[in-house]
Design a protein. Sequence first.
Length: 399
Amino acid sequence: MGKLTVKKVQSLKEPGKYGDGNNLWLIIGSTGRKRWEFRFTMGGRSREMGLGSADLVSLEEARNTAIDLLRTVRRGVDPIDARDDKKPRPTTFEDVADQCITSMKPGWSNLKSERQWRSSLKAYAFPGLGKMDVSAITASDVFDVLEPIWSAKPETAKRVRERVEKVLDFASALKLRTGDNPARWRGGLEALFPKKVKVRKVQHHAALPYAEMPAFMAALRKREGIAPRALEFAILTAARTSEVLGARWSEIDLDKKVWTIPAERMKARREHRVPLSDAAITLLKALPRDPEGEFVFISVMSKGKPMSNMALLKVLKLMKRTDLTVHGFRSTFRDWASEVTAHEAPVVEMALAHSIGNAVEAAYRRGDLFQKRERLMVDWAACCAGDSRSGAKVVPIRA
């Protein structure tokens, strides 16, 4: 005889766990919702298996199910694994790609990567491979996908090939296919295509010559609005667009003049401290605060949300500088530091949140050169303001 009754199940209100015997439990959550749960131990590990809402599954049905599951456990079979094995598994390239992308999302610093993966596969891979079973895809099928864009869009073709290869590797890990990966390059598709470098040179982000930075910054500072301030802040900190637009007030210490970007928002997945110059601090203190959100650069259109990625590009467009990109200002900063100042290369690279040296050097370099980067960012702010007294001079080294 169980410990619960139909009347008791209906009358219980207090959140908690109520046993009925045979490993069956009634769980009442903080909201008052009631559900059935079967609890068991398998291989020394405690497990819980949901049996449904108590509003839909009666006490008698839950008991009968619990008895069947208890018999399964006593035969040495894990009922959760047995249930999962019966679920339909993705087999088409499109379904496996979706599962593969979902599995990688926790490792990406922003949503841009997911959008790029999905859009490129949808545009170029799915028309030919989408409905095919991953176990049946051959090198010829992958060639048919890549051949139309290999010469016309070499960078796109390279990314599509890499992503198709990743999806098929994921399928192999799920044991949905066997054998070599038909999208691999070395020893595979490289025999069918000309090398990408012979097709077109890589184009870098358009960058402003550092000698023009004071004039550009003066023009930028005359523009009103949040977006121009976000672009100015991005330039002063040499940060990436996503890092600036995702900045939160909780990350910024105005007194200590430091912006600490958490690892999950960094491309390298490592926390990054940014020294803030007086110009950057002045900019931040003048910004309006959003009572509905925590973002530093608030969206005018959507309260409580960050600004769009296109907002900074729009500023450049309004300034009639469509020849430039936001990311290109990081190149301007690097060129200035390398050609005009005596700041060490590792300091500059760490200011850009780049990895320094090989794995051995990285293992021994535990600090982040913060004090040296403070001086670097002060000099950079002076350069942006056209201040020749910044101290950022080339120091000749005698033989």
